[in-house]
Design a protein around this ligand. Structure first.
Ligand code: ATP
Ligand code: MG
Length: 204
């Protein structure tokens, strides 16, 4: 008697470089989880983000992962993902979705992206695999417009409205480089972590 216990898990993935993680990422993750009743949301740390390598120096993946782990510690349903680091090399979301689908047969997969990323998804390697394997969860992000044409392009799309937080890792790196505080934009535990590791040339 009772409810079946083998209900297919609903797994969200918020992929990112997290260089560093900030509250914009976390607010997107917890609100997507709540709105779509996701069992877990994995903040998947890119090993080598192909869009960013060559453009700037990317903090080592282990350091970025440690900040994410510190930030999500104790937050129910959020976790720091290492699949892309364990795979090594350049990180492609299509590979991650294929791997998650085989690790969790029967699970429903959700890929959470902000407006800026949603606009460029079809430039991604093997984006058709992502389209086949996951529902896209699009969250608003200041500085980017809502991309047109998501519906009707073959994507399964859910839109989740989150508080507009005009925060980016790019701005945080520049704040750190000029000695301005990261506090409250980056969760306290992650600030401790980045200071302990001497990241972003923070002195405070
Ligand atoms: P960078 O400035 O280095 O690109 P970022 O702040 O954009 O860093 P990413 O790691 O590139 O962070 O982003 C990972 C994912 O989180 C993307 O889907 C992005 O759209 C989303 N995201 C990042 N910041 C926000 C925010 N403030 N509000 C909503 N979504 C966000
Ligand atoms: Mg970005």
């Amino acid at each position: 008697m009772g409810l079946p216990v083998d209900v297919a898990p609903r797994i969200g993935v918020l992929g990112g470089t997290f260089d560093p993680i900030h509250v914009g990422h976390l607010v997107a993750a917890v609100n997507a989880r709540h709105a779509l009743h996701l069992d877990r949301v994995i903040l998947m740390v890119a090993n080598l983000p192909w869009q960013k390598t060559g453009q700037r120096v990317v903090t080592p993946a282990e350091d970025r992962w440690a900040m994410v782990e510190a930030a999500v510690g104790g937050v129910e349903g959020l976790e720091a993902g290492r699949l892309e680091m364990d795979r090594g090399g350049e990180s492609f979301t299509a590979d991650t979705m294929v791997e998650l689908a085989s690790l969790h047969p029967g699970a429903s997969l959700f890929l959470i992206v902000g407006w800026d990323v949603a606009a460029e998804l079809t430039t991604w390697d093997r984006w058709e695999d992502i389209q086949r394997l996951a529902t896209l969860v699009v969250v608003n992000r200041p500085g980017a417009g809502r991309p047109a044409g998501l519906d009707g392009d073959g994507w399964r799309v859910e839109e989740v409205t989150v508080p507009n937080l005009e925060i980016s890792s790019t701005d945080l790196r520049s704040r750190a480089a000029t000695g301005r505080p990261l506090d409250y934009l980056v969760p306290e535990a992650a600030v401790h972590c980045l200071r302990a590791r001497g990241l972003y040339a923070t002195s405070g």
